[in-house]
Design a protein around this ligand. Structure first.
Ligand code: CA
Length: 248
């Protein structure tokens, strides 16, 4: 049985800007109406769309195809969205692929769990296709690193902005794109406290209550990954965060 299909269609008759290169989006959602609507709108802005209608197929397709971004529903047959997300984050091939969750309004706890498990953003159902397309483009843009210098070093931290690879004392540390951007944002402003809203707008492109809670879960996981360097990322109560690099 064919569970998914590949399609490519380019159109420029849309108010949403097209991306510079063809980006592959994997949509994992069992409700075919929603999947088709999402796919149609993404294809209009030049994306290549892969579809999967259950969690297990979606996870396998992600591992095989390594899409640029995944739109993942939480309520799925065979393997739920949270299971798919954990599977993606466990495997080196898919660890860094950004994930946007589709969640029902009532699924607040699942949404928080999803963000804590490494999702990059979320959209609440019912959503407008335009909103989702904009969100996908914002996250893809987050993946595109600004031009100019490709390496940034502060203390024992080194960021390779081209490949989104991060090293501590030359040892690679696996960060998601969101974690990479958050840490880079702080490190480029070393020793200066950064406001939450500035961090949110810089990385997510917008700021709201849920995404604000997301920031803390991302920062918590980021600190865990920094190990003995975790205390260099300080929480500034009522303000935001600061990366502290003591003078040598
Ligand atoms: Ca569903």
């Amino acid at each position: 049985m064919k569970r998914f299909c590949h399609r490519r269609k380019l159109s420029h008759r849309h108010s949403i800007s097209t991306l510079e290169s063809v980006q592959t989006v994997l949509v994992i959602e069992d409700e075919a109406d929603i999947t088709d609507l999402v796919a149609f709108n993404l294809e209009r802005v030049g994306c290549r769309v892969l579809k999967a209608y259950d969690g297990q197929v979606g996870l396998e397709l992600a591992l095989k195809e390594r899409p640029d971004i995944i739109v993942l529903d939480l309520m799925l047959p065979t393997l739920n969205g949270l299971g798919v997300l954990k599977g993606l984050r466990r495997d080196a091939r898919t660890q860094q692929i950004p994930v946007i969750l589709l969640t029902a309004r009532a699924q607040t706890e699942d949404r928080i769990a999803g963000l804590a498990a490494g999702a990059d953003d979320y959209v609440t159902k019912p959503f407008s296709p335009k909103e989702l397309v904009l969100r996908v483009q914002a996250v893809l843009k987050r993946m595109q690193i600004s031009s100019g210098s490709t390496d940034f070093t502060v203390g024992s931290f080194r960021f390779d902005k081209n490949s989104l690879k991060f090293y501590i004392d030359s040892e690679p540390v696996e960060l998601t794109a969101t974690e990479f951007k958050l840490l880079l944002f702080l490190c480029e402003r070393v020793n200066h406290p950064q406001q939450r809203n500035d961090m949110l707008r810089s990385v997510w492109g917008y700021s709201d209550d849920v995404i604000s809670r997301t920031l803390d879960t991302h920062m918590k996981r980021l600190r865990q990954k920094l190990g003995s360097h975790a205390d260099k990322v300080e929480t500034i109560r009522g303000v935001g965060y600061r990366f502290v690099n003591p003078a040598p």
